[in-house]
Design a protein around this ligand. Structure first.
Ligand SMILES: [Zn+2]
Ligand SMILES: [Zn+2]
Length: 362
C-alpha cells in the first residue's frame, strides 16, 4: 500500500508550525487512541500512521528530508530511527493518558541502536542582553560537507557510471615482468579509476562528480529567555554528518552574552546607574527617564537621597529561565555636582550655604 502524505495524515498544511503539528496530532490521537477504541484494528492502524507522521514532522531534520525528497528521503531510516526522539509516553501523559498503553504499543524497541555517532560540534554564539531578555531566533552558518543527494555519493548521473576498462572493475592493475626464468607480478592501484573499479562517464551536475557537496547551512537557534553566558543549546543531528553508517553528531551552541553599554547583569537582576541633580536628591521628586530593557520608567526619588542609593523596580530584570518570573531592576543614584554654575546660581548657593551655616549644618 502506498504511503500517504504525512501532512495529509495529520490534516495540516505544509507550512504548519510546531504548535499546529502537535495540536493536530493531539486531536487525532484523542480520537484513534487504542484506549478509546479497544480491539479496533482499524483504529490501531490509523494510530500508527498518525504516530509516524508526527514523529517525522515534529523532528526538524526528518521533516526537512521529507519535505525535500518525500518518503524516499527517509528510506535509510528504520522504524526505530523514525520514532527515536519522540517520547510518546511523555506526550500522552501530557495529553492525559497513562503511559502503559504506549509501552505495549511501541514495544520496547524505541531505544537508540548502538550505531556509531559522528563528532559533536561546538559553536560559540554572541548574543545581546536584549536577546536573552526577550528571547530571539538567531541563525548560525555552518559549513558542512554532505553526501550529494542527486547522485547519492557516486558522483555520476543515473547510468553515468561504467566499469573501468583498464582494470575490468577490479580497481587493480597487474603488471608481469619476466627476468630470466622468474616472473615478477606487480599489483598496483588502477590509475584510471583510482581503485574504484568504475569510472564516471557522465558526471553529476550537482556535485561536479565529487559525490559530496560543501554547503553552508543556516541553522536556526532559539535563544531562550533568561539564558546566560555559558548556556548550552543542543541541536540534535546538526553536528558532523559522518557517512551512511554513522549517526550525525549533535551541535552545541554555547552562548556568550555581550556586555551591555549601560546595564549590568547579576543573576537575573539588572543594575543601572542614574544621574540626578543635588536639588532633586535633597528635595525628592518623580523622574520618568530611568532606562530599562523596555524603555524609560518612572521612579519616585525620596527627599534626602544620597549618592549610591539603590532603588529597586520589581520584575523589570531578566526573565527567569526556569519559571515565569523575572528579576528586578536596581537603579543606583549618582548625585551630580554642577560644574557650570552661573553668577545667579553661585549667589543662590552662597546664600543657601550661609543659611545652613547659621544652623550649624553642612
Ligand atoms: Zn552528485
Ligand atoms: Zn580501473
Amino acid at each position: 500500500m502506498a504511503k500517504r502524505d504525512y501532512y495529509e495524515v495529520l490534516g495540516i498544511g505544509k507550512n504548519a508550525d510546531e504548535v499546529t503539528i502537535k495540536r493536530a496530532y493531539r486531536n487525532l490521537a484523542m480520537k484513534y487512541h487504542p484506549d478509546k477504541n479497544p480491539g479496533d484494528a482499524q483504529a490501531a492502524g490509523k494510530m500508527k500512521e498518525i504516530n509516524e507522521a508526527y514523529a517525522v514532522l515534529s523532528d526538524r531534520k526528518k521533516r526537512r528530508l521529507y519535505d525535500t525528497y518525500g518518503h524516499a528521503g527517509l528510506e535509510g531510516y528504520t522504524a526505530e530511527d523514525i520514532f527515536k526522539g519522540v517520547d510518546f509516553a511523555d506526550l500522552f501523559r501530557e495529553f492525559g493518558f497513562g503511559g502503559s498503553i504506549f509501552d505495549s504499543f511501541f514495544g520496547r524497541g524505541t531505544r537508540r541502536r548502538g550505531r556509531r555517532k559522528a563528532a559533536d560540534l561546538r559553536y560559540n554564539l554572541d548574543v545581546t542582553l536584549d536577546e536573552v531578555a526577550f528571547g530571539a531566533e538567531k541563525k548560525v552558518d555552518l559549513p558542512r560537507i554532505k553526501v550529494c543527494p542527486d547522485c547519492r555519493g557516486t558522483g555520476a548521473k543515473e547510468g553515468g557510471l561504467i566499469e573501468c576498462r583498464s582494470c575490468h572493475g577490479s580497481g587493480q592493475k597487474v603488471v608481469e615482468q619476466r627476468s630470466g626464468y622468474s616472473i615478477f607480478r606487480q599489483i598496483s592501484t588502477c590509475g584510471d579509476c583510482r581503485g574504484r573499479g568504475k569510472v564516471i562517464t557522465d558526471p553529476c551536475e550537482q556535485c561536479g562528480g565529487q559525490g559530496s557537496l560543501e554547503k553552508v547551512r543556516q541553522v536556526p537557534v532559539q535563544i531562550p529567555k533568561g539564558a546566560y553566558s555559558g548556556y548550552k543549546i543542543r541541536i540534535e543531528g546538526e553536528g558532523e554528518q559522518g557517512d551512511e553508517m554513522t549517526e550525525p553528531g549533535d551541535l552545541y551552541i554555547v552562548l556568550e552574552v555581550q556586555k551591555h553599554p549601560i546595564f549590568e547583569r547579576h543573576g537575573d537582576d539588572i543594575f543601572v546607574p542614574k544621574e540626578i541633580g543635588f536639588p532633586l536628591a535633597a528635595l525628592g521628586g518623580k523622574i520618568d527617564d530611568v532606562p530599562s530593557l523596555e524603555g524609560n520608567l518612572e521612579l519616585e526619588i525620596f527627599a534626602g537621597t544620597q549618592a549610591g542609593t539603590l532603588f529597586r523596580i520589581m520584575d523589570k530584570g531578566i526573565p527567569h529561565l526556569a519559571n515565569s518570573g523575572r528579576g528586578d531592576l536596581y537603579v543606583i543614584t549618582k548625585v551630580i555636582t554642577p560644574t557650570d554654575l552661573t553668577e545667579k546660581e553661585q549667589e543662590l548657593l552662597r546664600e543657601f550655604d550661609k543659611v545652613r551655616k547659621q544652623r550649624n549644618k553642612i
